[in-house]
Design a protein around this ligand. Structure first.
Ligand code: DC
Length: 225
């Protein structure tokens, strides 16, 4: 039986991880999994049901009642939370402002990691997130660690969010990214850290096509094996 290929893409918030991951998945016909969408959907459930992140019992019970599913259409992320499509709602500011606290909870991570690992069992997978090359797939064949200038990242994200969030400012986005970078890199459970064998991809001055070519050059050797 041939071994499935796993490409792990980690990095800071709004570095273009999902843009690259989607382009790679399309080109290579791999499954694309946006692991951040899973933490965001859990956060949405917690917000709607007023789950106290410090109350272990509430968190445990909530996790029993959360069922997430991905539906891949055109390599875009479509995620359902208990059969409700929440792909747009999970991108709004209330979720962005609370997702770091929810994703720092050990039990939440344990459950998400188990689900993520199951997704690579029968398919070649590209997964992006914060701990994919360190905790979820430490044996991934290719690991990329993406980074870019924080100001450029905020501008890119602002352009994405502004049409759906008319009240948002560039400062709000910059602050949210800075807060999430800090929380993601300093949390106790699986902090964002570059795996020793991850290749750094700083895309401050790279076009999407240049990033795609770079990543493909790292993956192609494994396709021939
Ligand atoms: O990729 P994103 O910005 O949509 O992720 C949202 C949040 O989820 C991010 O601030 C940290 C968390 N996250 C995580 O802790 N581990 C992952 N593998 C993916 C995301």
């Amino acid at each position: 039986m041939s071994k499935n290929i796993v490409v792990a893409i980690d990095g800071y918030s709004s570095c273009g991880k999902s843009t690259l991951a989607k382009a790679l998945a399309k080109k290579l016909h791999f499954i694309y999994v946006d692991s951040g969408a899973m933490y965001r959907a859990v956060t949405l459930y917690f917000l709607r049901n007023k789950i106290d992140v410090n109350n272990e019992e509430q968190v445990h019970e909530a996790l029993q009642n959360i069922h997430l599913n991905f539906h891949s259409r055109d390599y875009e992320t479509h995620i359902t939370l208990n059969d409700e499509e929440v792909s747009d709602e999970i991108r709004l500011m209330p979720v962005s402002e609370n997702v770091s606290a929810v994703s720092a909870i050990r039990e939440v991570r344990k459950e998400m990691v188990a689900q993520q690992q199951r997704m690579s069992r029968s398919k070649n997978v590209i997964m992006d997130g914060r701990d994919i090359g360190t905790a979820v797939f430490p044996h991934a064949q290719v690991k990329l660690f993406m980074t870019a200038d924080p100001k450029i990242r905020a501008e890119r994200r602002y352009k994405e969010l502004a049409p759906k969030n008319p009240d948002i400012t560039l400062e709000d986005v910059f602050e949210n990214l800075a807060h999430r970078d800090y929380a993601d890199t300093t949390r106790k459970e699986s902090p964002l850290v570059r795996a020793e064998d991850a290749i750094i991809l700083d895309n401050t001055n790279l076009t999407p096509d240049e990033q795609l070519a770079f990543a493909l050059s790292k993956i192609e050797p494994f396709l021939k094996k």
